[in-house]
Design a protein around this ligand. Structure first.
Ligand code: CO8
Length: 258
């Protein structure tokens, strides 16, 4: 399927989605969000894909929601359309792992989009920020909520109140990104990481993802209980049998469900 605002390819068991609106630094217009949603639907339905990488250009993962598209909207427009939840959160409902590979600007909705992914790999050129306050608004897709959970109140508050941009090193120190990778190797490393995940048991990967996400939604004791029950349920899979047998027999596991 042809898309207007994204490029889509598969690399072995990995789906690679590249935001592709270079003239607008990948500003997230409605058409781009619709393209992204369709691509995720297709990749989720494709049994040959085990993990997904979402990336942008060297200069920008995405410089935010499209300000030109938003600027003329009235309160009634945004309220009645429930702008922006429609479509935007599709990435959070994807059951397959989604890795954000961020190079350059991830600002406003771009930072929010990266945070909706399961983890963020950053080039040393990556820059993260919630500059909405500088254009007279606030984040609308999780910038006050997810960023606070990632980096804590003090840094999240400073970034949301001043619009200050943090570089990749600060983002790594603060726990926003999992690793910094040289810019020239970002895509290959992100794809290799996704490929590694795709080579594991797909249902068990999904279970692990569900459990980590539970930590954001519930108390510690409920989360640990949830984790234990899911842990028990891995014992109902052939892949747990195979994984443990392979360890005991000192061989590489051959997971059936991947
Ligand atoms: N929206 C629309 N167009 C943009 C955006 C954007 N967010 N960012 C950049 N562009 C466009 C510019 O207008 C310019 O286009 P043109 O050549 O036609 O004038 C082109 O991209 C290149 O941009 P610059 O010339 O500004 O490039 P610089 O290298 O000088 O600067 C910056 C790069 C610093 C990234 C700068 O472009 C910038 O500050 N961009 C805006 C960043 C921002 O404020 N982002 C937050 C937007 S609000 C938001 O995301 C709210 C999220 C709420 C949830 C989602 C709701 C849908």
């Amino acid at each position: 399927m042809a898309y207007e605002f994204i490029l889509v390819e598969t690399r072995g068991p990995v789906g690679l989605i590249t935001l592709n609106r270079p003239k607008a630094l990948n500003a997230l217009c409605a058409g781009l969000i619709a393209d992204l949603g369709k691509a995720l639907d297709d990749m989720e339905a494709d049994d040959n894909i085990g993990a997904i990488v979402l990336t942008g250009s060297e200069k920008a993962f995405a410089a935010g929601a499209d300000i030109k598209e938003m600027s003329g909207k009235s309160y009634m427009d945004v309220y009645l359309q429930d702008f922006i939840t429609k479509g935007w959160e599709r990435v959070t409902t994807c059951r397959k792992p989604v890795i954000a590979a961020v190079s350059g600007y991830a600002l406003g909705g771009g930072c929010e989009m990266a945070m909706m992914c399961d983890f963020i790999l950053a080039a040393e050129t990556a820059k993260f920020g919630q500059p909405e306050i500088t254009i007279g608004t606030i984040p609308g897709a999780g910038g006050t909520q997810r960023l606070t959970r990632f980096v804590g109140k003090s840094k999240a508050m400073e970034m949301n109140l001043t619009g200050r941009i943090m570089d990749a090193e600060e983002a790594e120190r603060a726990g926003l990104v999992s690793r910094i990778i040289p810019a020239t190797e970002l895509i290959s490393e992100a794809v290799a990481t996704a490929e590694k995940i795709a080579g594991l048991s797909r249902p068990v990967v999904m279970m692990a993802k569900e459990c980590v996400n539970k930590a954001y939604e519930t108390t510690l004791s409920e989360g640990v209980k949830f984790e234990r029950r899911v842990f028990h349920s891995t014992f109902a899979t052939e892949d747990q049998k195979e994984g443990m047998a392979a360890f005991v027999e000192k061989r590489t596991p051959n997971f059936k469900n991947r």
